[in-house]
Write a protein that binds this ligand. Structure first.
Ligand code: PTT
Length: 606
């Protein structure tokens, strides 16, 4: 079988045991890799009800058949586990040399279970794997630890690691890579921390076996040429995702003051245009031709890589209008290993609760230095920081006011206000990990094609996005930016997939895999929750309750009944029951017979 090594490295930290699992070819054909493998492994091997921060949870790093190919932008891997933040399925997609090295070492996935007695580094070199003590690294921030690991294992080593937030089990701690790449928003870094796994270091000397290597090279070169000649390429290279600040302000979707408003008076100071003036460097993931890592010096004169989500959630959402100051908060998140989006959502809620007299906090809107101190308190779980380390859902329950806690299923929403964007609200509601934008960036489409409609056209568009963004890119595992930012056609990926694997899958076949993966992930949530109901998929109450009071969309809010109608349409289109559980016949038609048996118990009649 080409395109896959068909080998998973399985590590039990409690026993100090390693084994190679040669999985059946059927698994590759049905789930492709990345998120698909993570879902399949969690479904088959995770003990239902396992404590996400206990020994039975499984940490998974998985590549796909496109990972590490000559291009375009294939230096990516998926990290996944049962999430300590949401209690459901959690994953993230991270740019890392570890992705390229895993393929060179011939592992399609690494699964880690158990808990080590002492902090360790898992070292993988081709076929061999072993543990090394990491007491000297434990407690170090992610950048210092990264430098030490590079000294020890070499510049070309693939390294995934955690910062102190992961060690201290902050529920939205991420996995970090390459000083400024972070992935696994729903606390996948905390899962590593709970296992006392400070880092994974991978090196390989081989090459993935491909069906037609010449065709792979030819298609990769063609795709790269098309990206570089796209009309948007020049602007993209200048601003990357940071162009979105000005766009979001204009479209009235930029989160401000914990999503109280969707325009921000100080947006110019945190914009992509301002960034262009102070930029000092540009960084990228391995094998990337679209470098999105725009680097500035923060207010303390230290280098930091910026992205729209980080800047909106730690900038306008907290009332901060100086990019260098936002950069400081962004850098703290990177060195401590905290997810910027969940951090911004949790801090935003805390500032608002404090303003309302419901929480004692020594910080207010725009007070960067005090907020920076709070971020340290969160990381080390000191004082009120310990409560904020639990994420916004738990925090809001403790405070006793939940309607302005901006999350879905416990995952804080990314940086798009949805009062006048029901399609984007539906994207958050139905994302397989909680409120994240990666599976469907409906907001761009809605701003162009109509914001007020709640209709089936939007539902279908959303599912199409989920199929290619959350399906193709998260299972075959490559960066989606070439398609979504420069308009590269999806057919490039189908050709690459065919040339790499020898399987004659069409785009529709890949979309069927995507549907299978979505249904299985939903069944993981159903199994963990002991059933499902439509309320669990609802967006934050604030968007239904508090209209915007400023900007061109003043007065806008979501309509609950019409939103519920649209959510039901979504279930229908996916072949799921009105309570959001996939129907047994849908699951069987996707080859998920085991999941169908469980669904019999929880599904409700049409
Ligand atoms: C992603 C989420 C995003 S989405 C951003 S900015 W973005 C935030 N980045 C963080 C960061 O930085 N530091 C930090 N401490 N926390 C952060 N949390 C946030 O995490 C990222 C790029 C980006 S930048 C995006 S959209 C695209 N995402 C892709 C994806 O999800 N899948 C895919 N196949 N291709 C993608 N390409 C793009 O990659 P999560 P990264 Mg990310 C500093 O991790 O959990 O998926 O959440 O990983 O390597 O930094 O690449 O405007």
């Amino acid at each position: 079988m080409f395109g896959w090594s068909k080998r998973v490295l399985w590590v039990d930290l409690s026993r100090g045991e390693f084994r190679e699992w040669r999985y059946p070819g059927e698994m590759a054909r049905m789930f492709i890799g990345g998120r698909g493998f993570a879902a399949k492994i969690l479904w088959d091997f995770l003990e239902p009800g396992a404590d996400p921060l206990g020994p039975r949870n499984l940490f998974i790093a998985a590549v796909g058949p496109l990972t590490g190919l000559p291009g375009p932008n294939t230096g990516k891997l998926v990290v996944a586990a049962k999430s300590p933040l949401t209690g459901g399925y959690g994953d993230g997609n991270i740019g890392s040399w570890a992705a390229v090295q895993m393929r060179a070492a011939g592992w399609d996935a690494i699964v880690v279970e158990g808990v080590s007695e002492k902090p360790v580094v898992l070292v993988v070199e081709d076929d061999r794997a072993w543990l090394e003590p990491a007491e000297d690294l434990w407690g170090l921030d992610a950048f210092r630890a990264y430098d030490r690991l590079v000294e020890r294992y070499g510049r070309d080593a693939g390294i995934l690691l955690i910062g102190p937030a992961g060690e201290n089990l902050v529920r939205y701690a991420t996995v970090v890579s390459m000083k400024g790449r972070a992935g696994g928003r729903p606390g996948i870094g905390a899962v590593m921390g709970s296992k006392r796994l400070k880092a994974i270091v991978v090196r390989g000397s081989g090459k993935p076996e491909l069906f037609d290597p010449d065709a792979v090279m030819k298609y990769a070169v063609e795709a790269i040429r098309e990206i570089k000649t796209s009309p948007n390429y020049g602007f993209w290279m200048r601003q990357g995702t940071m162009f979105t600040i000005e766009w979001a302000q204009e479209a009235s979707v930029l989160p401000a003051y914990n999503f109280r408003e969707a325009v921000f008076e100080g947006y110019e100071g945190i914009s992509g245009s301002y960034m262009e003036r102070i930029e000092v460097d540009l960084r990228s993931c391995p094998l990337c031709v679209m470098a999105c890592g725009h680097v500035i010096d923060d207010s303390e004169g230290r280098r930091v890589e910026l992205d729209y989500e980080n800047v909106a959630m730690l900038g306008s959402n907290l009332g901060i209008s100086r990019l260098e100051e936002v950069g400081l908060l962004n850098r703290l998140a990177d060195v401590y290993g905290l997810d910027t989006i969940s951090l911004g959502g949790t801090l935003g809620y805390a500032l608002e609760a404090a303003e309302r007299g419901k929480l004692e906090l020594d910080a207010g809107w725009g007070e960067t230095k005090k907020i920076a101190r709070l971020i340290e308190d969160i990381t080390f779980r000191r004082g009120v920081g310990d409560l904020l380390a639990e994420g916004v859902a738990r925090l809001s329950q403790r405070v006793g006011e939940t309607w302005y806690a901006m999350h879905v299923k416990g995952l804080e929403v990314s940086a798009y206000d949805c009062r006048a964007a029901p399609g984007m609200a539906l994207a958050y509601a139905t994302s397989p990990i909680g409120a994240h934008h990666k599976d469907a960036w409906m907001i761009g489409w809605e701003v162009q094609h109509g914001r007020t409609e709640y209709n089936r056209e939007k539902v279908r568009k959303l599912i199409w996005m989920q199929r290619f963004r959350g399906g193709l890119f998260e299972t075959a595992v490559a960066c989606r930016f070439p398609v979504v930012e420069t308009g590269l056609g999806l057919e490039h990926y189908v050709r690459l997939f065919q040339a790499a694997t020898g399987l004659s899958y069409s785009l529709d076949d890949i979309f069927t895999v995507a549907d299978r993966v979505y249904a299985l992930i939903r069944m993981i949530w159903v199994r963990e929750h002991g059933g499902w109901s439509i309320e669990k998929d609802m967006p934050p109450e604030r968007w239904f309750r508090d209209p915007l009071t400023k900007g061109p969309l003043k007065g806008a809010k979501l309509d609950r009944d019409r939103f519920i109608d649209m959510l039901r349409m979504y279930y229908e289109e996916r072949g799921w029951a009105p309570n959001g559980v996939p129907r047994p016949d849908t699951l069987r038609s996707l080859g998920l017979d085991g999941a169908a048996e469980l669904a019999e118990k929880y599904t409700i009649p049409r």
